[in-house]
Design a protein around this ligand. Structure first.
Ligand SMILES: C[S@@+](CC[C@H](N)C(=O)[O-])C[C@H]1O[C@@H](n2cnc3c(N)ncnc32)[C@H](O)[C@@H]1O
Length: 466
């Protein structure tokens, strides 16, 4: 469609949406303009009204759905459309994977990589529901009210997830199909027992109320379940009988802890922790290794796919047993421990002290002695190292590698760098920068760890050019 003037707010267009972006918004075209729409699917034909314009991009909202996407399926979750968590539940899984592949391919093309760089199909998950081993729910005295509810509906208690873009309101979540079903039942009891005992939910404005968060974690391998109740004060006279009542109804909870967060910031990390039942941690197993997970430990949230991700890393690293391997941004050391069996020595580098404590404990728990961990900023830690690693694995946060790390990394001259990327945009940008420093990227292998979301992980190796 050609436009005689620039589109502006209030203009209405009919278009078919083509793909989705990294936030999960659907994208189409109006002449030379890209048009972004929330809550629409690739392949869907809509009438949409422009509500903003920025350079060559328009934002719009759907005013009429003209033709459904050929890839549309029924969403399973009762909260779909309110909760922003799994925005692609209504998109058939093969179309989700195709869309994720397009995101990765575009990111690399944007950095000038051509057909010589193969982007493998996205490895999909086998379990599309019940896969997530950790969910963090929030207590609130401001329940999000759906338009379909009658006027005056009770709204002074909720236990659930924030409505997207609405940090003051919480959707009362009755079930979350991406977590194991056993956790839905526990969530329901946490709600009903809190209401029966008139325990006060947190009020984000006045900073009052006892109950702040309920974090539920489970182990796929052992079936163990951890409940972490985050409160604003110790209040054992209220919390202990509450926990006992929940435990009495759910003997499958293997450990129950209380984290006390007296600060205003909405975080589930407390200043102190009380173990009310069980050992205070659960045990998960991946690739034959066992990991202890406590309330505040970081752990991959989709263990089945994490196992596949680590297999891809192991393949890409291709070590034989004699190598010195660095694992940068190592978290709780999972990759370092997986690689230890096929390396002479592995050194993990990590900023968060609590993750380093967990990583060392995990090494000990598995009797692995050729792995050690360095705590601190990766850049500072590497600057003081003189040994040259044979292989370096990097698994940075979404922002990618710090620009100052790139020459330091190339200066270490490993023969291979294995990049684990949770953001194709920063991963492709770093691959381009490393190409300029003498490292050639090989086949990119994307993998879906979070079905129904726009997140995608990728693994690729970069070889030093001689
Ligand atoms: C994507 S996670 C890595 C997870 C890890 N591979 C695992 O499976 O447990 C990124 C990690 O980088 C760490 N990190 C962030 N900035 C860092 C820095 N400047 N130096 C060292 N580690 C850093 C974070 O604490 C986090 O644990």
């Amino acid at each position: 469609m050609t436009q005689e003037r620039k589109p502006r707010r209030g203009d209405v267009f009919e278009l078919t949406l083509e793909r989705f972006d990294e936030r999960g918004d659907a994208l189409g075209r109006v002449g030379e303009y890209a048009l972004e729409i929330r809550r629409a699917l690739p392949g869907e034909r809509v009438r949409a009204e422009v509500n903003w314009r920025r350079r060559n991009t328009l934002g719009a909202r759907v005013i009429e759905r003209l033709e459904p996407s050929p890839h549309a399926v029924a969403a399973r979750c009762a909260h779909f459309g309110q909760c922003g968590g799994c925005s692609f539940q209504s998109l058939a899984y093969p179309a989700q994977l195709a869309g994720l592949h397009e995101l990765v391919a575009r990111a690399f093309r944007h950095q000038g990589f051509g057909a010589e760089l193969e982007i493998a199909p996205v490895e999909g998950a086998r379990e599309l529901y019940g896969y997530r081993n950790k969910m963090e729910f929030t207590f609130s005295n401001r329940r999000w009210i759906d338009l379909s509810e009658p006027p005056g509906a009770e709204s002074s208690f909720a236990l659930g997830l924030h409505a997207p873009g609405m940090h003051s309101k919480v959707i009362d979540v009755l079930g979350c199909p991406i977590q194991p079903a056993a956790l839905d039942a526990i969530l329901a009891t946490l709600r009903s027992e809190a209401l029966a005992r008139a325990l006060s939910p947190w009020d984000q404005r006045s900073h009052t109320g006892l109950l702040r968060h309920a974090v539920l974690r489970s182990s796929r391998a052992t079936g163990e379940i951890l409940v972490d109740l985050v409160t604003s004060s110790d209040s054992p006279e209220l919390v202990e009988p509450y926990a006992a009542a929940v435990l009495a109804r759910h003997p499958d909870i293997t450990t129950f802890v209380q984290n006390v967060n007296t600060r205003h910031a909405q975080t589930a990390q407390g200043e102190r922790e009380h173990v009310l039942h069980g050992p205070g941690f659960i045990v998960e197993r991946l690739l034959g290794l066992s990991f202890s997970i406590s309330a505040n430990s970081f752990f991959q949230t989709n263990p089945a796919q994490a196992e596949r991700l680590f297999e891809l890393v192991r393949e890409a690293a291709g070590t034989q047993g004699g190598e010195l391997v660095y694992d940068l941004y190592c978290g709780t050391g999972t990759i370092a421990l997986v690689l230890a069996a096929q390396a002479r020595e592995v050194l993990g580098f990590e900023l968060a002290p609590s993750s380093v404590v967990d990583a060392r404990a995990n090494a000990e728990r598995n009797g692995i002695t050729n792995v050690s961990f360095v705590e601190g900023d990766v850049l500072a830690s590497l600057a003081s190292r003189t040994q040259r690693p044979d292989v370096v694995v990097v698994d940075p946060p979404r922002a990618g590698l710090h620009p100052k790390l790139l020459p330091v990394l190339a200066g270490l001259a490993p023969r291979r760098i294995v990049y684990v990327s949770c953001n194709p945009v920063s991963g492709a940008r770093d691959a381009r920068a490393l190409a300029g420093l003498g490292y050639r990227a090989g086949r990119v292998r994307p993998i879906d760890l979070f079905p129904h979301t726009p997140h995608v992980e990728s693994v690729f190796a970069l070889e030093r050019e001689s």
